[in-house]
Design a protein around this ligand. Sequence first.
Ligand code: ADP
Ligand code: TRP
Length: 324
Amino acid sequence: MTRILTGIQASGRPHLGNILGAILPAIKLSQKPDTESFLFIADLHSMTTIKDAQTLVDNTRAVASAWLACGFDADKNFFYRQSRLAGYHTELLWYLSCQTPYPMLANAHSFKDKSDRLSDVNAGLFTYPVLQAADIVLYKANFVPVGKDQKQHLEMSKDIAASFNRTYGEVLVLPEPLIDESVMVIPGTDGTKMSKSYKNYIDIFLPEKPLQKVIKSILSDSTPLEEPKNPDTDITFKLYSLIADEADIETMRQNYLRGGYGYGHAKQALFELIWKKFEKEREIFNYYMENTEALEKKLREGEEKVREIAKKTIEEVRIVLGFN
Ligand code: ADP
Ligand code: TRP
């Protein structure tokens, strides 16, 4: 049995970029035979930046609901909040911290990017990669699917675990990152990378009118309706071709090239596609957002399942440390 594990920060409602770039590929991976997937909300990590309890709770609910809505099977796999197992995660964080050289952490991009404003850096942000290593080795994960931006963190996780094993014996499983270089960067409404931070994202879970409004706001040039347009440089067409099926993409391409087809028509088609295609996901998302006790139940069940695994690893680690 292969163990796959990944953590998701509780940073808000997942958008189309997160869904196409991270959520759907990870769900596909979890459906492979002979694999079990550990998927958790990294709410302890989110504390390094989010300082408001209600925001953290709301974000956690939105992220968890989105994963369930997109088809993650929490019953067959492991679905949990890191904070509910904080004792195990942070205990291992300490043991691993004592194996982590200071220069390794000082070199982390996540820290270095902020090193010109050191007064903004809290100790949690500095030890962030060690907590991430603990998250992974606590469950003896073999593979960790992440985005390219997490490559360095994963290298550090593996180095920290290897250093622990060299000192205390082969207790920890060394994790390998799974980075899919072919995952496209989904453009936002302004054409740059879709991101929560740029406010250019498409929230597929929005109600009809607000969703339509966001899609209408996608940037386009001023070519008049009658004239032919270049589909390959247009953001609406790009987004449409990431979701639509082959025949519909070809039809839209021909419409662009022929002329007499405005960006407004293309945006309406994109809106209708997103509205229809994610209908079931929207329904499930709203269900969990409104029925928080149902969501809570799923998470609590997951937390009970992983507790046994975490406990076992910690017991093994304590023995080699001489703490039994
Ligand atoms: P955001 O930039 O909105 O804050 P995150 O950094 O939280 O997104 O990313 C969460 C996951 O979604 C990561 O695995 C990341 O690679 C993926 N992701 C985010 N934005 C995009 C995008 N525009 N295209 C493809 N994947 C994306
Ligand atoms: N640092 C990761 C991110 O920002 C989230 C994360 C925390 C994670 N712990 C993890 C990812 C363990 C993979 C494995 O995306």
